[in-house]
Ligand binder design. Sequence first.
Ligand code: FE2
Length: 375
Amino acid sequence: MQVFTAQQQQEFAVEPLPIRRIHHIELYVGNARQASYFYRRAFGFELIGFAGPETGVRETASYVLRQNKITFVVTAPVFSDHPIMDWLVKHGDGVRDVAFEVDDAEFCYRKAVERGARGVREPYTLEDEYGKVVLASIATYGDVIHTFVQRDGYEGFFLPPYKATPKDELAKPIGLKHIDHVVGNVGWNQMAETVAFYNRVFGFQRFVSFDDKDISTEYSALRSTVVANENKWIKFPINEPAEGKRRSQIEEFVLYNNGPGVQHIALECENIVHTVRQLKANGVELLHTPTTYYDMLEERVGKIDEDLDSLRELGILVDRDDKGYMLQIFTRPVQDRPTLFYELIQRKGAESFGKGNFRALFEAIEREQALRGNL
Ligand code: FE2
């Protein structure tokens, strides 16, 4: 593992784009009505808005889902010749847009394009009775984009042209707070150029990287570098496959996703034991952790506040760095293709990504990969 010093980070420094936070994440799905039900019922997101044929948006249906600071939009086309249909044929359900809130969308767009990003949509304005917003989009890895969202004092609950929906009686929030990190998987030898893209275009800096000696099991391997914005609120690990005895799990992802894409979104919880209990009760499938993982846990990570029996029962992993510890667990992929999944994470001081759990985690992922006949 390599942690970059301030001086090494300086080598890549450009003036960072003035980004405040992740505003929302949009997923393209085959059936947005059913996907929204899944996120409400399984993950406790509240349905807060809708845009679709019933509200005058003729070609797509989009549902806005929120829990604390996390906002997801699930969108499906309603006509077969809609361009989103091509995206779905290629990738299946998955993340299309990781949108950033910014003060000046036009400035961020022009600057990004000047620094080599590919523009997807020039700045445009949307308006309704609550005010106006300015949006613009650029491409990142694969067919994923970043939209710059300038709210300009907009007073609506989300964005035009979405309409608020009645209070969601179905959703029961499970303590998800905010997005901790969003992981991109890229193809062979594409990590360096993807990291360079975030350095050069956004001014995001290399935070930490892991090579195949850190992250390999007997069979398959990967390399990972985390880029982050200045205050580290936005963290994007980028993974690429590495040579192993068998096919890397990153290669499997890229095969089923037909190219690079978002592999997982990590959601920070207030109390991971409570959240994971709710997720299980709601039928969310989590990766299995072997009970032997807990045998030497306290020797490995030291004293922790949580009850070890609960962690063992739920399969929650623990890791420690020099700043504290963290707890984490991963869901199985949330669609039939083995592509997008979720991580639940609770940080107790630690800033790391669970390096100590990589082996246990990847062995669990590979057991599933083997069941699919891909290992
Ligand atoms: Fe993660």
